[in-house]
Design a protein around this ligand. Sequence first.
Ligand SMILES: Cc1cc2nc3c(=O)[nH]c(=O)nc-3n(C[C@H](O)[C@H](O)[C@H](O)COP(=O)(O)OP(=O)(O)OC[C@H]3O[C@@H](n4cnc5c(N)ncnc54)[C@H](O)[C@@H]3O)c2cc1C
Length: 458
Amino acid sequence: MAPKDCPEFASNHRRRLTSSVERPKDRALDFLECHWRGAPVEEITKNHLGEQMTPGFSASPQKQAYDVIIIGGAIMGSSTAWFLTDNPDFDGSVLVVERDPTYEFASTTHTNSCMRQQFSTELNVRISQFAADFVKNIRERMAGDERVPHLAIQSYGYLYLADTEAFAAQLRANQKVQRAAGASTELLTAEEIKAAYPFYDVDDIILGSINRVDEGYWDGATVFDWWRRQARERGVEYVAGEVVAITRNASGTRVKSVTLASGEVISCGQVVNASGPRAARTAGMVGIDLPVEPRKRYTWIFKTEKPLDQELPLTIDPSGVHVRENGGGTYLCGGHADIDPGVDHDDFAMDFGLWENKIWPAIATRIPQFEAVKLQSEWVGHYSMNTFDHNAITGPHEVIENFIFLNGFSGHGLQQSPAMGRGTAEWITYGAYRSLDLTPFHFDRIKASNPIPEHAVI
Ligand SMILES: Cc1cc2nc3c(=O)[nH]c(=O)nc-3n(C[C@H](O)[C@H](O)[C@H](O)COP(=O)(O)OP(=O)(O)OC[C@H]3O[C@@H](n4cnc5c(N)ncnc54)[C@H](O)[C@@H]3O)c2cc1C
């Protein structure tokens, strides 16, 4: 079924499509302005080229050696930095190096900011459960700091829809894993879906799967912001610069130093690769082949002529398109092109035909009220896709033991940032995990050809 051409809504959205080349920048700046409003006034510094810097970043490292250098200062790097400062057994120095202090191109600023417990891998369920706990108790977790706001999860749930027996079987198998780990996943027949959510067309649907506890939207930007602020206040240094080379010792078993684009060489005890879609490039600096590549993921925000009269779960249509509640009568929709190659790190060009030809027809078929819509904004972000098994890659390299991975989150990294930062900080401090055991996600599984496939990737 094609969406109907509604003069006020549908045709309007065509006029509103603008070049997306600039959009990620707009979005990143909005994000920073919005979340830094009310922040203590800090010195604005200039970088080594004399350019104005973002608050909170210095132009040059204060020291020549650090116990820990984190390459990439977005949500994973900042979570790790914060958890290090929060561990009484860690008393080392930490430098975070960030090539893009506006976060213009980071995955973190292009995210859809949701969390779920509907994974096929038990460890992923437990990782998200810790995220839910952290978010709901953020002020307490952050030393009772009264500046930290209380946060909640908007738990409308993710609703997976199966239109084939094979996918229905996968949903049933996933539910067993999830419930065994304490998640509240329910399986729904088409009739049950229709009764609970009358706006769906479910004629082709065999089974649905939803969890309405601690699953939905959360404010990842605020968590990221507070990790950075507290980490800096506790002594972590954020420097604007790009790591362009990494030097090892003579036997090749340890990283000795990193070299910045400015030419500065900084020694380190341990180094964390938190460089998102550029993770393979960073690993390549020490000769490691990492199966992570940038993949384009598109997001659209739209209004409907007739908003739904109840919250829309994050609905994963069998077409692969997902759409969810976005508040204020708006909805957020995400998807990608059928041909989905790895792309250049700087390629954020919008595919203007995608909305008309694939995305809108899919959601208007599933929810007929979405036949008349008005597009409000759209953007392109990059997933760090782990092409080996779609799961996180963590822990040390088996030979270069002080090179630590924090990569390949394949579209579910925002919700993994609390557990990943905590686990990585434990590994750095103790050489072992003290809370959740992340060793199944260690890099060595790749060399051993031992994938842990995650089937629930959106
Ligand atoms: C459209 C979209 C929707 C998403 N939706 C969700 C969701 O709903 N839920 C969820 O859990 N996850 C979601 N994700 C995934 C999530 O946003 C990412 O997994 C997460 O933000 C990854 O954080 P990161 O810190 O690893 O990477 P990034 O945010 O990409 O940060 C990496 C940083 O490293 C810096 N860097 C890279 N190389 C160097 C270098 N050599 N020197 C210095 N700095 C360097 C970069 O500039 C960048 O700032 C989504 C992602 C996208 C794109």
